[in-house]
Design a protein around this ligand. Structure first.
Ligand SMILES: [Zn+2]
Ligand SMILES: [Zn+2]
Length: 324
């Protein structure tokens, strides 16, 4: 898979309006994100579907539901629906997810960490298409915005899903413009947005831009606006951590069990490092990594995924591969 093919469009996929506990009217939520450069906006009020007649608008809802044995309740966000789900499925997470899937709606688990769900709880429910790997509102309010380990737990046990970053905005101050999804759809269109979500043609971000991403047989290549460090996480436990600082230390160290080459070309610095059957080539400018290419054995028997972070802790989260 190579991305983007059409061009990135920013999407806000979890936002509240005055129809539930948000501070702005629905139209003003859409206008707020439009002004900030977003092409796609979903309204996901608690228990209520609201539509705004605007290109790039996606109707949605957030519901609280339960599953037997779970340590807490699930907040489930459903996108693409025309009206509220029937009462009979609203409070049962598995029924709600099955109903969503059956009707072609995109459902994801909101803020597992904020909900104090465990990784195991993500195995008690089936049929969700995504998990919020980052929820900005939960992060700035109580520092429980990052749910990477929950997601990894489910992925490593064979429950495939995509990773989303969202605002979950209510106040449209600190809790907004800190988490979004970049969709490969070229132009603002709600239908295309849903299609891209189902196909995984997107990445999640809180500030790091991914310019291009390619993954195929024995090859992974990512180009970015600049990352202080890049993490490869794998279901086979073999991951990798790359930063300019670490590569510089490796370049000057002796007697390490890695082979490292370092060279400069056209104002950029390059590193080539071998670990196991994998060769990583990294291109850097200053302290920032701008390109990573992995060739050879990719540690992705179960799955692998990439996280990129800048010096301020803002990230980008790519969807796991192989895509299933
Ligand atoms: Zn919630
Ligand atoms: Zn919410």
């Amino acid at each position: 898979m190579k991305l983007p093919t059409r061009g990135w469009v920013k999407a806000a996929l979890h936002a509240h309006s005055k129809r539930s506990d948000g501070r702005l009217e629905p139209e003003d939520v859409v206008a707020f994100y439009r002004r900030a450069g977003f092409g796609v906006v979903a309204l996901t009020d608690h228990n209520k579907v609201t539509k705004v007649a605007q290109p790039g608008f996606v109707p949605g809802i957030e519901l609280e539901a339960r599953a037997e044995g779970a340590s807490g309740s699930y907040h489930v966000v459903v996108l693409g629906l025309d009206a509220e789900p029937p009462e009979s499925v609203r409070r049962d997470a598995n029924k709600l997810l099955e109903w969503s899937r059956g009707n072609g709606y995109f459902a994801f688990i909101a803020h597992p960490y904020w909900s104090m769900l465990s990784g195991e709880d993500l195995l008690r429910v089936r049929g969700y298409a995504g998990v919020e790997v980052y929820n900005h509102g939960c992060e700035v309010e109580i520092s429980r915005g990052y749910s990477g380990p929950h997601w990894d737990y489910a992925l490593s046990r064979g429950v495939a899903s995509y990773g989303l970053a969202v605002d979950d905005s209510h106040n449209y101050s600190l809790d907004a413009l800190g988490g979004w999804v970049a969709l490969d759809i070229g132009e603002a269109d709600g239908e295309e947005a849903l299609k891209a979500l189902f196909e995984g043609r997107f990445y999640a971000s809180s500030g790091v831009a991914v310019e291009s991403y390619e993954v195929g047989e024995g090859l992974l290549r990512v180009e970015t606006s600049g990352a202080a460090h890049v993490k490869l996480l794998s279901g086979d436990t073999r991951g990798a951590y790359l930063s300019v600082e670490l590569l510089e230390r490796l370049a000057s160290a002796e007697g390490l069990p890695v082979e490292l080459e370092r060279w400069e070309e056209g104002g950029a610095r390059f590193y080539r490092v071998k670990f196991g059957g994998t060769v990583a080539e990294v291109q850097a400018r200053g302290r920032s990594i701008v390109r990573v290419e992995l060739r050879g054995e990719l540690p992705a028997r179960k799955y692998a995924r990439l996280e990129l972070y800048d010096g301020e802790g803002r990230g980008a989260w790519l969807n796991p591969f192989p895509a299933r």
